[in-house]
Design a protein around this ligand. Sequence first.
Ligand code: FUL
Length: 451
Amino acid sequence: MVKPTRQQLAWQQSEMTMFIHFGVNTFTDREWGEGTEDPRIFNPTQLDAEQWVQTAKEAGFRYVILTAKHHDGFCLWQSRHTEHSVKNSPWKNGKGDVVREFVNACHAAKLKVGIYLSPWDRHEPAYGDSPAYNRYYVNQLTELLTDYGEIAEVWLDGANGEGPNGKRQVYDFEAFRETIRKLQPDAVIFSPIEMTPDIRWIGNEDGIAGDPCWSTFDPAQFLALSQKEGWSPKVQAALESGYPDGTHWMPGESDVSIRPGWFWHAAENEKVKSLEHLMNIYFQSVGRNSLLLLNVPPDTRGLFAAPDVQRLREFRRELDRIFRDNLAKRAKITASSTAGGARITHLVDDNLKTFWSPEEGDGTATVEMEWSAPVTFNIAEAKEFIAEGQRVEAYRIERMEGGEWKTVVTGTTIGHRKLDRFEKVSASRVRWLFEKCKALPMIQTLGIYSG
Ligand code: FUL
């Protein structure tokens, strides 16, 4: 059975990461800079990394990733390997270091730090001259992973353009990977599949995972498919859903921005996603065994803008409201069987380290809940004990009505967390049937909510 590493498990259980896109594009009103931007345009007037981090923390994010360098090549830290950085900006008279302020704020708030270092670099003259640029990239990685304490996630994408010499850069993913492993062995790597990452991209930028969604993946099979087809619906579906018989634990990260663009644009202040939209994203990412990577871009002051902060507060309040009261905690819970060492009460003890499991050979393992009076609900939650792998392939939730079991909802995978939403129903008896499993199911949590 393919299982997560300790680092992957901690990452997956954290459920939400905030992404922060900030750089010269913030000041030029663009999404992709050309690499020719004058560093003097970078001049945030009130930059406050603590505001970003506090906002993230209050909204329930556990990791925060900053664009240390985007495709334009401008570095938010004092890199020794280029002049194209904050060093030549008027901000703090060229003495500032955004990465340092960001990392300090995260560490003080006990949030995990992530760094996005774009391999595509439209400024660096060596780009396209593959070995020289690969050395440049490794040098930059080395600075970021040596000088800033603990880094928990390294994020790099596959964007790949032509260098100034017209040559296409060939990335040395092996060297990038080795550098990260050597300098920050506990960091999880998000990268193109070519690099055999710890975490895979979910295949779209809408924040929506596949259904089913497996944390397991088959890089060899995937690369063969994508080499044959390029970008195709099948390739996308493979990223969104993973591979049930995958050779690697490689859970999906669902990235999306709170605004239409990744960077801040004044014209998008009125286009911050609605609470309803964010909730739909949450249910289809976190609620489908993925991690939500939500981008919030600081403005030209270097602060999150008011509409974004407001929306994040509403988002937190709504999540707290929905998940405040797990009705399953007030039910009498029984099971078709319980394996030795496991306990039925573990299903509602909010402990990530315990689980319930049926006995070997129990046919369709079933858990039933009964209340003394009917309860009304429209959300169901299930979590697997994924430290031991992902096992459930199909399940069904039923309620007793007029002396008969009626299906409320059917589902496929569960993984770290599965959420189902449906029309409100009332019942005093509800049961879960784990109909198809790759191995004995190990269920950590079951929940019933009225949202
Ligand atoms: C992509 C980039 O091209 C976008 O600008 C953005 O940074 C997104 C998160 O990743 O690869």
